[in-house]
Write a protein that binds this ligand. Structure first.
Ligand code: PBG
Length: 329
């Protein structure tokens, strides 16, 4: 038996393993999604996402300060609207909840990267990401509203706009609208391969945005498809996306890898609410170790090829990474 090559030699102890570790995880690669709600001094627990809260603006600024000090790369804001209508009027109000939140964060932390979600679902009574006419989620009329929403966020100081709606042509239209208003420095983080996934369930509980009728399969992607993700990426990059995203992350690691191989732009992955909730629930039952599961999941997403990860675990993972100089041991 020829045992000249013994891979176990490089696994003998922690310092050796860390020398040959191929993938690292760092707090600055994490993006922390936050939910903002009207009011003051509010931290409303989200029952479907243990440890996550809907925060009033003042509390959210405190959460950002904590995230900033932990070295987390950015926050991504979602507005919780109770004033829903069929035109999503609240989505693009320049004095609306999200613009006010951006201003408050920027006043406290001018150089912290603030990203905002752009989609209509928190603001529509029907819970769809676009306007509904008859049975149809209409594309081009929705894109007009998304553009107004994006500009209202940029005016308030958002660094990155993140359209999560999956309408066709919205990246190009938003790019044009931003540029026309003098915001050519504002980036677009495009939800490029966003799948029609059941793993968004806990998030919809958080925003009270479950579609009242139908599903999102006419705009979000079929979980069976990966070639279509390449097509979506082609279009988004052509239209001006600065960063492309795959969502969810853990069931779609192959898609992350294929996009990584095919394109040079930075890639984000969204470790979504259902992925978060599964780990929390299994840990609560004592079936898995929450901290280790969290680190293994995040590292796997990085190994697949993601540059940055949106994750509700951001503060917990950043704390863990601060305590251990070896990033995963
Ligand atoms: C909707 C949106 C969703 C998420 C982010 N933006 C839900 C959906 O598409 O129904 C999901 C995030 C998560 O599950 O953590 N525009």
């Amino acid at each position: 038996m020829d045992l000249t090559h013994r891979p176990r030699r490089l696994r003998r102890n922690a310092p050796i393993r860390s020398l040959v570790r191929e993938t690292l995880l760092a707090p600055q690669q994490l993006i922390y999604p936050l939910f903002v709600t009207e009011g003051k001094g509010l931290r409303e627990p989200i029952s479907t996402m243990p440890g996550q809260h809907r925060l009033s603006v003042d509390e959210l600024v405190k959460e950002c300060q904590m995230a900033y000090e932990l070295g987390i790369g950015a926050v991504n804001l979602f507005g919780y609207s109770t004033e829903k209508d069929d035109k999503a009027t609240n989505a693009y109000d320049p004095q609306g909840l999200v613009p006010r939140t951006i201003r408050a964060i920027k006043a406290a932390l001018p150089d912290f990267c603030v990203q905002t979600d752009v989609a209509l679902d928190p603001y529509t009574i029907h819970g769809h990401d676009g306007l509904v006419v008859g049975e149809e989620i209409v594309n081009d009329k929705t894109v007009e509203v998304l553009c107004k929403m994006a500009v209202s966020h940029a005016e308030a100081g958002a660094d990155w706009i993140a359209p999560s709606d999956m309408m066709d042509g919205r990246v190009g239209a938003i790019r044009e609208a931003l540029d026309a208003s003098g915001f050519e420095q504002v980036s677009i983080l495009a939800y490029t391969a966003k799948y029609a996934s059941c793993f968004y369930g806990p998030f919809r509980g958080a925003l009270d945005s479950t579609p009242k009728k139908g599903d999102k399969k006419t705009y979000q992607m079929d979980p069976a498809n990966w070639r279509e993700a390449l097509r979506e990426a082609d279009l988004d990059i052509y239209e001006g996306a600065d960063v492309i995203m795959v969502k969810p992350a853990l069931g779609y690691l192959d898609v992350i890898t294929r996009l990584r191989e095919a394109f040079d732009v930075p890639i984000a992955a969204y470790n979504v609410s259902g992925e978060y909730a599964m780990i929390c629930a299994a840990a609560e039952k004592g079936w898995i170790d929450q901290e280790r599961a969290m680190m293994e999941a995040l590292l796997s997403i990085r190994r697949a090829g993601a540059d940055m990860i949106l994750t509700y675990f951001a503060p917990a993972a950043a704390r863990r990474l601060q305590q251990h100089t070896i990033s995963f041991s």
